[in-house]
Design a protein around this ligand. Structure first.
Ligand code: GDP
Ligand code: GDP
Length: 436
């Protein structure tokens, strides 16, 4: 079991400030691959060699009118259930409130270790005022801290980690495929996510079960784990169509950057549009795995040849980026949606595929012999050998006498032969030519 620490409390006490402080250094490690800061409500933290997941439940309380439905919203309760330790945060600056008391009453129902954390205790006065929170009846100890300056957080964490029975893992997401679902507005992304999240099990916590906030959500399906990157959930309030398109493009680009594999979703009635081509181009450039999902297949009048015909047309249009699988699906009729996920997993495997140098050379030297690089300016070009680099996406270096003289069509020839021999379906591959 993983160690999970959730931060609960009424709005504005400083939950996200503490959350950010706890995951700060880790975030740098997690995000260095994509260079983006993730806007999410759980993160990974470490204290004295103990690793844990932190949940900022404030992230689940959006807007003020729907904070309480009876007591605390479902998602917060689920987070509490999932937690090893709960940090119940109150605010020394504003003092005790009715809302704090309601929170305390709810927390008492759970048999979880609760730490009463009195935040914003930077000054002596406020530190001393924290005594008023004894009234909440949450036990003997109050931890005055300042999320802003970090004061007191070390003492707090010293006590928190005593409740862990495992050192945890450093990076729980490592080696787990990150899959983004992207595409233009209205193609069916939210519907797809709803079906997936309805049938599959979220590992970290069900709090991500609504698509509204979920950004990176670990799931388990087909006996495998993966992380869904959901952009559909973070819909912005945009009034005009152009804005909707604009925000959806930004979100898609961000999701692609953070993913290993993206599921590029299209509307069968519209087919491949300019924007889709742009996004696919971006994914290709960023060396991400790609699966094309043509949704709303139910709306198409078709016979036995329609799918093949359409696939052929699409691949022609995509050339030279025509290496990705295309699946015709209907979220509405739950047709082939699991194949889409399975394909995404296969593409992930293909992306990690490593070919040994000897195998690579055996196969490719044979192909080069069949069709050697055409001589340029009277020079005979000799490709001596090739290797695969240990990069996150398949990258190969061909060593030859005149690397600059190898032209685009011959590179295509080599790439196509590589794809024939090794399964790189859905994956951009990169070839470099170096002098030797
Ligand atoms: P949340 O709604 O509980 O997540 O609260 P936030 O983390 O968004 O913080 C609410 C406000 O309190 C923000 O203006 C923070 O800058 C401020 N704040 C958070 N922690 C501290 C603290 O330790 N001291 C002081 N003085 N202000 C803080
Ligand atoms: P998003 O903007 O990409 O998240 O798209 P939504 O999931 O909100 O779907 C847009 C509309 O398409 C909704 O009215 C859905 O009910 C509908 N829709 C989604 N999938 C399908 C499908 O497979 N077939 C049909 N006919 N409609 C679908």
């Amino acid at each position: 079991m993983a160690n999970i620490v959730s931060i609960v409390g009424r709005p504005n006490v400083g939950k996200s400030t503490l959350f950010n402080r706890l995951i700060e250094e880790r975030k740098a490690i997690m995000d260095n691959q994509s260079g983006v800061t993730r806007d999410r409500h759980y993160g990974y933290a470490e204290w004295n060699g103990q690793h844990f997941t932190v949940i900022d439940t404030g992230g689940y309380v959006v807007g003020s009118d729907d904070i309480f439905e009876g007591a605390i919203r479902d998602q917060v309760q689920l987070a509490i259930e999932e937690s090893t330790v709960v940090l119940f945060m109150v605010d020394c600056m504003s003092g005790l409130t009715e809302l704090d008391k309601e929170f305390a009453n709810v927390l008492r129902r759970y048999k979880k270790p609760v730490f009463l954390v009195a935040n914003k205790a930077e000054s002596i006065e406020r530190y001393q005022s924290s005594g008023e929170f004894y009234e909440l009846g949450m036990g003997e100890l109050i931890y005055p801290i300042s999320s802003q300056t970090g004061y007191g957080t070390g003492d707090l964490l010293d006590e928190v980690v005593k409740y862990f029975d495992t050192p945890g893992v450093e990076n729980p997401e490592e080696g787990i495929p990150r899959i983004a679902i992207v595409g233009r507005p209205n193609v069916g992304k939210s519907s797809f996510l709803n079906v997936l999240t309805g049938t599959e099990r979220s590992i970290v916590t069900n709090i991500a079960g609504t698509t509204r906030d979920a950004i990176h959500t670990p799931y388990k399906a087909f006996g495998r784990e993966y992380i869904l990157i959901d952009t559909a959930g973070m819909r912005r309030k945009a009034k005009v169509k152009e804005d909707i398109e604009f925000y959806s493009t930004i979100r898609s680009v961000k999701a692609v950057e953070e993913s290993d594999v993206c599921i590029m979703m299209l509307d069968a009635e519209n087919g491949l549009e300019g924007q889709d081509m742009t996004l696919i181009g971006q994914a290709d450039k960023a060396k991400k795995g790609i699966v094309i999902m043509v949704n709303k297949w139910d709306l198409i009048e078709k016979d036995s040849k329609t799918a093949d015909q359409l696939k052929k047309e699409m691949l022609e249009r995509l050339a030279p980026m025509n290496y990705m699988p295309i699946i015709f699906a209907s979220v509405l009729e739950k047709q082939r949606i699991f194949q889409v996920m399975e394909k995404a997993m296969e593409v992930y495997e293909n992306k990690s595929r490593k070919i040994t140098t000897s195998k690579l050379n055996d196969v490719m030297q044979e192909e080069i012999k069949k069709y050697p690089p055409p001589a340029q300016r009277g020079r005979h070009i000799n490709i001596k050998y090739m290797i695969q680099l240990p990069t996150p996406s398949p990258t190969f270096v061909f060593f030859c006498n005149y690397p600059k003289l190898i032209k685009e069509p011959y590179m295509r020839y080599l790439e196509n032969r590589m794809r024939e021999h090794f399964d790189f379906t859905g994956v951009p591959i990169t070839l470099f030519f170096r002098e030797k």
